[in-house]
Design a protein around this ligand. Sequence first.
Ligand code: NIG
Ligand code: FE
Length: 425
Amino acid sequence: MSEVIDLLIHSAHQLCTMPLQDGGPQRGLSLGDLGLIEDGALAIDNSRIVAVGRSDELRAVYEPRTQIDARGSLVTPGLVDPHTHAVWAGERAGEFERRIGGATYQQIMAEGGGINATMQATRSADVDTLIAQSRLRLQRMMQHGATTIEVKTGYGLDTESELNMLRAIAALDAELPVDLVPTFLGAHAIPPEYADDSDEYVSLVVEAMIPAVAAWKAENWPHTLFCDVFCETGAFSLNQTRRILEAAKRHGMDLKVHADEFDALGGTRLGVELGATTIDHLVATPPEEIQALGKSTTVAVSMPPTPFGLGHSEYTPALEFLKADAALAIATDCNPGTAWCESLQFVFALATRYLKLTQGQSLAAATVNAGFAVGRGGEIGTLMPGALGDVVIWQVDDYRYLGYRFGANLVQQVIKRGQTVYRQV
Ligand code: NIG
Ligand code: FE
């Protein structure tokens, strides 16, 4: 007796199911459990995975309306990019030229460039322009394997412009096949009109922006909405970060923190204390805070494109995080300043070389663990039954090509909720 289903992907040379560990992310040195099945098959019905196993077993049980022969291919979950600033207007190619000439990111930021330059362009753009300038970027990220992408605001820095960024993210989520996960990052930089009184700007974030964002969410966004703060020298102090995150928590938002990108201000310890879903960057994190994070349920998110994009040589000490039993995820940080990176495949190339992750660990960090980093653990980033039918079929037949080869797109086909949304011609 065979059961009719929407889609059967079969004969995969390698199928990496990326299982959860005890119902959670793959923690510490257990990172990299691929759940690998040779000659693997995957049954999808009604947008969700119903079974995974060997091809002969599944073909005996299921009668698919559509089937895909994945002979000669690696099959993995759709990738999850848990930290991006992928919606913005304008560009900063001139700043990059200056940085090549020796100017530092912080120097340019202190002169009113950097995030503030993108803020000017973003404030001047209406929602349609923001959508138009971000659409192709998100499509390219999807074509490189991402099926869920977190996107932050943070280039508006006034209430209406921040809400416009959320409107653009929600519209792109509705329009594009990928799922977007919005994060309110009103505390990304201190806008020029508050340059002399950053506490006053923090009051605006706490008293005006967060309530406005919560009201927008109640009307327009039935899923999780995160609040994030750039806790850094020249951005927001530890006390300011606490004020903002506590207010966001009171308004029902889940928390993220940009911490230790350049300087260690205590943002990691604070994020752990407040039960943040993730702490991101983690380059300059002191050993005791690595330990504290490892004992918590907070996911550590590393974005190797950022130091790479800045031409720095310090990366997240990923193995220290793994030894401390942290759950590690990786992301692009796609943004116009430090890391205009649209490909998680390039993140694999950097993570293997500079974070010293294996190919399997890198894949787990951008799938099963990244799902937890956006609050959708078990729902995405894994091919276990019950998860969404988000799948990448690769042009290569072995997971060990990931990170090893770089600079060309190795994706063959992207499937979102059981539907093909991209195919390499
Ligand atoms: O993650 N650290 C803060 N935000 C970004 C940079 C944003 C920008 O320069 O536009 C980052 O590196
Ligand atoms: Fe960032």
